[in-house]
Design a protein around this ligand. Structure first.
Ligand code: FAD
Length: 387
């Protein structure tokens, strides 16, 4: 029984838990085994309105802040489910909401809120640029009323299950831009029109069921009216959205951490070896307690970052710190839980090995730990920049 910190938005938490109870371990095991997209789960979340929680009421959403979205994602993960199939439907629309024109908002946001439009693909990473986003090469050349896009992206998740994609491109070559971060732009790509007409999607099989893909752009035409905000300012728009993404992913890590702690505590209390529950041994109970301490501390940091974000205050460093602490706490908890379960932790039917694989991702994506440390060193501490 874990106490305190997870009491915000109790009604939302309770109804997410009820929904998740309809999708128990065997559902996720089957999807994971064959790398199948969890359509039923995504539909249930959509119908319940949980994915439109951040969209203002005037466009059909709930108009709530990150605090509420955190409650949703944390409970999904604590229940043993996974929000990776659809979490981006919650926040990718932020690019349109914050930087789109009134016409774009009216055209897209109501459909995103109802779920009729899936806007859950976010195309930034490229094979040759890695984390150094200013070196992306995917280029959009203006030609009359269209941009013509050529290039390649990698690790673009849910592209096959999205109607729209927020795509970061160069509209001015890095060498010709005033600063490396200038000259990038954000396009809203209509996947329904693009696939087969200049856009090819190739799925990548990974160690977890994440529907991630590689994208090839070969003279894809995108109408100029699909430019979000001003040409050349795209990097700033993308950075804005990344804070929300990091905070929400951190909430998923907190949910994972609590899942592992719940499972380990229960198993350690029940499993009898040498005539007593294994949880009576401090060698077993201290790692569980340590995971609880780490997860609770990280959760406080996540709440802090979300409060800053919801208050419209700068939160880049806090969002990064929250994501780093939460991903490390969930990974420690995952390892602890596997160890607590002994051999049974490796059995598919216990869900531990699946969640173990799933939670490992968060130290790499959406941003790797080293890059967070670099941000903190140079932005918060003023140390000299290494790149
Ligand atoms: C399953 C999955 C889903 C993803 N989904 C998406 C998505 O939907 N959209 C999208 O755009 N991207 C997505 N990504 C990409 C993800 O954001 C990147 O993988 C991540 O940011 C790391 O970039 P990279 O893989 O290019 O690593 P690299 O940049 O090549 O880095 C490799 C390693 O070197 C370290 N490193 C690099 N530079 C330095 C330095 N200067 N100092 C110290 N260490 C350094 C990094 O920390 C990392 O550990 C996804 C990735 C995965 C695996």
């Amino acid at each position: 029984m874990q106490a305190s910190q997870d009491q915000s938005f109790p009604e939302i938490r309770e109804s997410v838990r009820r929904l998740c109870a309809e999708f128990p371990g065997p559902y996720w095991q089957a999807k994971d085994r064959d790398r199948i997209y969890p359509t039923e789960f995504v539909n249930a979340l959509t119908e319940a309105g949980f994915l439109s929680i951040l969209i203002p009421e005037e466009y059909g959403g709930s108009g709530l802040g990150l605090g509420a979205a955190i409650a949703v994602l944390e409970e999904i993960h604590r229940s043993g489910c996974n929000g990776g199939a659809c979490h981006a439907q919650m926040y990718t629309m932020g690019a349109v909401l914050k930087h789109g024109s009134p016409a774009q908002k009216k055209k897209y946001l109501p459909g995103v809120a109802s779920g009729a439009l899936r806007l859950q693909a976010f195309g930034v990473t490229e094979p040759n640029s890695g984390t150094d986003t200013t070196r992306i090469r995917t280029f959009a050349r203006k030609d009359g009323d269209h941009y013509v896009v050529t290039g390649q992206k990698i690790w673009i998740s849910r592209a096959e299950y999205s109607d729209l994609m927020v795509l970061l491109v160069r509209t001015t070559a890095r060498e010709q831009a005033a600063k490396p971060s200038d000259g990038m732009s954000v396009l809203l790509v209509d996947m329904r029109e693009a696939v087969g007409k200049g856009l090819t999607i190739r799925p990548i099989r990974t160690m977890l069921n994440h529907a991630t893909t590689e994208l090839f752009f070969d003279d894809l035409k995108v109408p100029v009216e699909n430019l979000i905000g001003e040409e050349g300012k795209g990097f700033k728009y993308i950075l804005d959205g990344m804070n929300a993404e990091r905070i929400l992913i951190a909430a998923e890590c907190i949910g994972d951490g609590r899942f592992f702690i719940d499972r380990a505590s229960k198993y350690a209390s029940e499993r009898q070896v040498f005539g007593a529950p294994i949880g009576r041994n401090q060698g077993i109970q201290f790692p569980i307690a340590r995971a609880y301490v780490q997860t609770s501390a990280a959760a406080a940091m996540v709440d802090n970052a979300a409060a800053l974000f919801d208050g419209g205050k700068p939160c880049g460093t806090e969002a990064n710190m929250a994501k780093m602490l939460a991903s490390e706490a969930s990974w420690y908890a995952a390892d602890m839980c596997l160890q607590t379960h002994g051999g049974f932790g490796f059995a598919e039917e216990y869900d531990i090995e699946r969640k173990f694989r799933e939670t490992r991702l968060y130290q790499v994506a959406p941003i790797s730990t080293n890059l967070i440390l670099s941000h903190v060193a140079t932005h918060a501490l003023g140390l000299p920049k290494s790149f």
